[in-house]
Design a binder for this molecule. Sequence first.
Ligand SMILES: [Zn+2]
Length: 247
Amino acid sequence: MTRQPPRSTLDRSSAASDVYKRQGMVNGMLEELNITVPVALHLDHGSYEGAKKCIEAGFSSIMFDGSHYPIEENIEKTKELVATCNKLGLSLEAEVGAIGGEEDGVVGMGECADPKECKMVADLGVTMLAAGIGNIHGKYPANWKGLSFETLDAIQQLTGEMPLVLHGGTGIPADMIKKAISLGVSKINVNTECQLAFAAATRKYIEAGKDLEGKGFDPRKLLAPGAEAIKAPVKEQMELFGSVNKA
Ligand SMILES: [Zn+2]
């Protein structure tokens, strides 16, 4: 990636506001910051109302999580959002079969989606589909039974080329990740691992008393080691997923 030297803040803000007005927030930032790889501003697990607000606000990618609705209602709302996103050229991720987390009292196994319901939602013309296959958000419990490849296989049999999304990527063993990719998983959400790296680096900064030195309390300084620390797990995951140089 090539970058031009940074301009002064004043230059940047006036130039940026023109570009943002012309191209919208996300595409405007790509141009203004000379970013040469595709970048999406993605809403994760959006509600129906939240999705509509983010579309209006200039997000370039939307996930509508209607998995807690009865399937008919999930389909109805997803369908409406597909139409809007198609018109605006945004990607839309839908979800079938709720993906739980530790906070939901999940023990041993996350929910598995019904492949027929996945097919119905895939047929609406969504860009990608998140389906529960035993995966969960947050840290996996010691008695986790692993991903359900039978479910994933059955889903892919019906949905064909539809890119599938695996949520709860932190803590899934590498061999399971690779098998999931071979069965149609094209996007993997990894959050907890990045959060843990961020928290550890921030803790170190504060425990070393650096926030008490000079202007070390400035959020731009206080949060910098955490942001930097996220790079290592991201690089590691990109290598595991085979996504290096694929942008
Ligand atoms: Zn998720």
